[in-house]
Ligand binder design. Structure first.
Ligand code: ADP
Length: 410
């Protein structure tokens, strides 16, 4: 009898213990959920205030560009260049943090645009060539000829990964070369799987250190950070971006010999245009453009118009949407650069009015409208596109970014 009782007790103890384990598991999962939620809230908060963080930078970098065009002594020019360099460095860090916040709060969506792979790679090479040359490093690029040139995907995010990896390659290489190589892994129906390799002859990474890569805020050691600078966010962002393109990312490296950072991406093949030469032809036929700049901020007006006039474009300025609408009705323009937030009539409303006028008059060749705004969230982009704008440029922008975008839409 007594053994039976102790067996009963024993069983009860087991069942109590089981219950306790279950309770602990539930508690743990609640805690994890709360931590996840608060992490997501933090990221959402950051992504949502991105406008507020970037706007003051707009003033700093914009003012640099205006000031640079005035008469200055060599000493002043030198100080100004330091302001510009620091401003751009800070903007890169801000953009990295905001990108990560957008990714973590699930707010980063990829675009679905047509692009030429060769053009985009040329952009990247153009952007990096001075930096490589400055360090005496050779920069090469290779595209496997079997790859279709016209693709559909998010060229900006694709370039962001390549630029990230190539910037690192240049940063961590003292002598030799950096090669950007694109290979075809797979082609099926209307899609390709591509492998992008960024090959350097730099310091290399040990196998233990390789494990730490691709995690946010992770740098191999603090002495590397002191020597080379950086936030340790680039690879984490690149990893997320490549996985959004249904790809992977990785590295093969030998200490002292160099590293090959690679990633893969799935992209659609654009079969609507037959030959790349068609695009080039349209670009070459581009003539002198008349541009209407709609912007209420005097500083931004000066910066943008100086940039555009230097390029030889004809510029007219309107300081709000209402004036822009009047000017549009009475003059011919090839392109409108439209600020969003303006008094009297904002850019969204002005664009809707212009599109309505075009529709009423059966205009086939709609005027190109580029939104220029400090709002950088995907929903803002969508709002601009939904209002009838063709493209979108986030402030603060560099002169080259504006000119490239104009080239792209025209
Ligand atoms: P950051 O370069 O801003 O520090 P990343 O996420 O881009 O951040 O890189 C993380 C770390 O990986 C770097 O701090 C560096 O130690 C290492 N690393 C990245 N690319 C290379 C490379 N090409 N060669 C050697 N080390 C690299």
């Amino acid at each position: 009898m007594s053994t039976d009782k102790s067996k009963e007790e024993f069983l009860k103890e087991i069942s109590d213990l089981n219950q306790k384990i279950q309770q602990l598991e539930t508690d743990l999962s609640n805690i994890r959920e709360k931590a996840d939620i608060s992490n997501r809230l933090k990221s959402m908060f950051l992504a949502n205030i991105s406008h507020e963080i970037r706007t003051p930078m707009n003033g700093i970098i914009g003012m640099y560009n205006v000031l640079k065009q005035t008469e200055l002594t060599d000493e002043q020019r030198e100080y100004l260049d330091i302001i510009n360099l620091s401003g751009n460095n800070l903007l890169t860090i801000i953009d990295d943090i905001l990108d990560l916040a957008k990714i973590e709060s699930g707010q980063l969506e990829l675009e679905h645009n047509n692009f030429s792979l060769e053009n985009e790679l040329n952009h990247v090479i153009n952007l990096l060539k001075d930096k490589a040359k400055g360090k005496g490093i050779e920069l090469f690029s290779k595209i496997q000829p079997e790859i279709p040139d016209l693709l559909i995907g998010d060229p900006i995010r694709l370039k962001q990964i390549i630029i990230n990896l190539a910037n690192n390659a240049i940063k961590y290489t003292k002598e030799g070369s950096v090669t950007i190589e694109i290979e075809l892994l797979n082609i099926k129906n209307n899609s390709v799987e591509l492998k992008f390799s960024i090959i350097d002859t730099g310091i290399g990474i040990s196998p233990e250190d390789e494990e730490k890569l691709f995690k946010a805020f992770s740098q191999i050691d603090s002495s590397t950070t002191r020597k080379y600078g950086g936030t340790g966010l680039g690879l984490a962002i690149s990893k997320h971006l490549s996985s959004l393109m249904n790809g992977n990312i990785g590295v093969d490296s030998v200490v002292g010999k160099g590293s090959t950072f690679w990633f893969t991406a799935h992209l659609e093949v654009d079969s609507t245009i037959d030959t790349p030469s068609e695009i080039k032809l349209i670009k070459e036929q581009k003539e002198q453009l008349s541009i209407l700049l709609v912007e209420d901020n005097l500083l931004n007006q000066k910066f943008a118009s100086a940039t555009l006039r230097k390029e030889g474009y004809n510029i007219d300025i309107a300081k709000n949407g209402k004036i822009a609408l009047e000017k549009y009705k009475n003059n011919y323009y090839d392109l409108i650069l439209m600020d969003i937030q303006m008094p009297v009539m904002d850019g969204i409303e002005a664009t809707k009015e212009i599109r309505a006028i075009e529709e009423k008059n059966n205009v086939n060749d709609r005027i190109k409208i580029i939104a220029i705004t400090a709002y950088v969230m995907e929903k803002d982009r969508k709002m601009c596109l939904a209002a009838g704008m063709d493209e979108y440029l986030a402030k603060p922008f560099k002169p080259k970014e504006l000119l490239d975008l104009i080239d792209f839409v025209m």
